[in-house]
Design a protein around this ligand. Structure first.
Ligand SMILES: C[S@@+](CC[C@H](N)C(=O)[O-])C[C@H]1O[C@@H](n2cnc3c(N)ncnc32)[C@H](O)[C@@H]1O
Length: 374
């Protein structure tokens, strides 16, 4: 009773009236474009983003420039404990700030999103969940392994491998799992993979079951090892795979041989420096990304209007005297057209002059002028 009496009523009301909603947003497995449309909108408008350790920097770059971006390992005044994270979310929301709690994969799949939501409810802070693409599905998909297939598996089971050796209360029931038909997906099982495989085999799964380990799924440095269940741990280690990794056990792994689309991209793993202007880099970066490359945009060119237009104006004033105009870039096309308009002319003043362009993008820029109002 004393505690209630000690807390001035006005303060309680202020907290509650000011409180903002916390959005628990799934970031997907790594590839930034796997973020949902809703997740992106929230990320772009949040005041504070509290993110897990493995979140891709390209996602964090989508935040508002003035947003506070907090790694959960570096909560101000706190530490890595779940209670510190919960308290930080609660106190930030109570300051009236829009918080996005950005979590790898899906927040409610082995992501402690349930615990955070529970703490918010207990504190009277409203929240929403924006599901993400879980690595349990995405990592196999990027390795060319469908979890179900009419001829191979009609179900899949997702389990944690983190408690495999300890027999703790939440440890998966490996005996039952060994006998469960369908595909088995194991998250957090990398470290214990030899033990897990041994338990499955001891309980009836064939040692010859096709198995895969997908490390850093959906990232340009993704690696996948495949083999029999009884040797997959050694194979993956000998190939240098690392955490985070998702393990897939089941006949569907055979399909990778034909469906391995991602690791076959011609530029996968290559970093390509894009030096075009900031406005023009996007399209090239997108094409490079589609081929598997990681574009790194460092514009070395900045296109600006000239300080002095007199030379261009002189040439444009007598443009009909020229036989040819050769445009060497789309920027030149736009600059000349803008100047024609600014000086009270339009493309009709180029009548009779032959026009040449260098490169298809420059030609496209000329063609697009035809659709502009004259
Ligand atoms: C704490 S769990 C979080 C799972 C996450 N909430 C999800 O839905 O993907 C972390 C585990 O997810 C898996 N994982 C996360 N990112 C991965 C990736 N890019 N590739 C493969 N596995 C990944 C690994 O098994 C890792 O140990």
């Amino acid at each position: 009773m004393n505690e209630v009496a000690d807390c001035p009523e006005s303060e309680v009301e202020e907290d509650l009236s000011n409180v903002e909603k916390v959005s628990l947003v799934g970031a997907g497995p790594g590839e930034p474009e796997l973020l949902t449309v809703k997740g992106l909108r929230l990320l772009e408008t949040a005041d504070v983003i509290v993110h897990d350790r493995l979140i891709n920097n390209r996602l964090l770059a989508m935040a508002r420039p003035d947003a506070e971006v907090v790694d959960v390992g570096k909560i101000p005044g706190g530490g890595r404990r779940q209670s510190d994270i919960n308290n930080f979310l609660i106190s930030t929301a109570r300051q009236g700030k829009r918080v996005v709690r950005l979590k790898g994969g899906d927040p409610f799949v082995f992501g402690r999103g349930g615990e955070e939501a529970d703490a918010l409810v207990a504190a009277g802070v409203p929240f929403e969940v924006v599901p993400g693409v879980t690595s349990a599905v995405a990592a196999p998909a990027y390795a060319g392994i469908p979890l179900t297939h009419r001829e191979h598996a009609s179900s899949f089971t997702v389990v944690t491998g983190s408690l495999s050796g300890k027999g703790g209360g939440n440890s998966p029931d490996w005996e039952t799992l060994a006998k469960t038909p369908g595909t088995l997906v194991i998250l957090m099982g990398w470290r214990n993979l030899s033990d897990i495989a041994a338990k499955l085999i001891a309980n009836g799964r064939s040692g010859a079951t096709p198995s895969a380990v997908v490390s850093w799924g959906s990232e340009p440095w993704q690696m996948t090892a495949t083999g029999r269940l009884d040797s997959i741990a050694d194979i993956a280690k000998s190939q240098g795979l690392e955490a985070p990794a998702t393990v897939v056990v089941g006949d569907v792994v055979r399909l990778r041989e034909r469906l391995n689309w991602f690791e076959s991209l011609p530029l996968l793993g290559r970093r390509v420096l894009v030096t075009r202007t900031r406005n023009q880099a996007g399209l090239l970066s997108r094409h490079l990304g589609e081929l598997g490359a990681t574009p790194i945009e460092i514009p070395t060119i900045d296109v600006r209007p000239p300080h002095d237009y007199s030379k261009l104006d002189e040439a444009l004033a007598e443009v009909s005297e020229f036989d040819w105009i050769v445009f060497a870039s789309a920027n030149a096309v736009r600059a000349v057209y803008d100047r024609l308009v600014a000086t009270g002319r339009d493309s009709r003043s180029l009548h009779g002059v032959s026009v040449a362009t260098i490169g298809p993008a420059t030609a496209d820029a000329i063609v697009s002028l035809e659709s502009l109002p004259i």
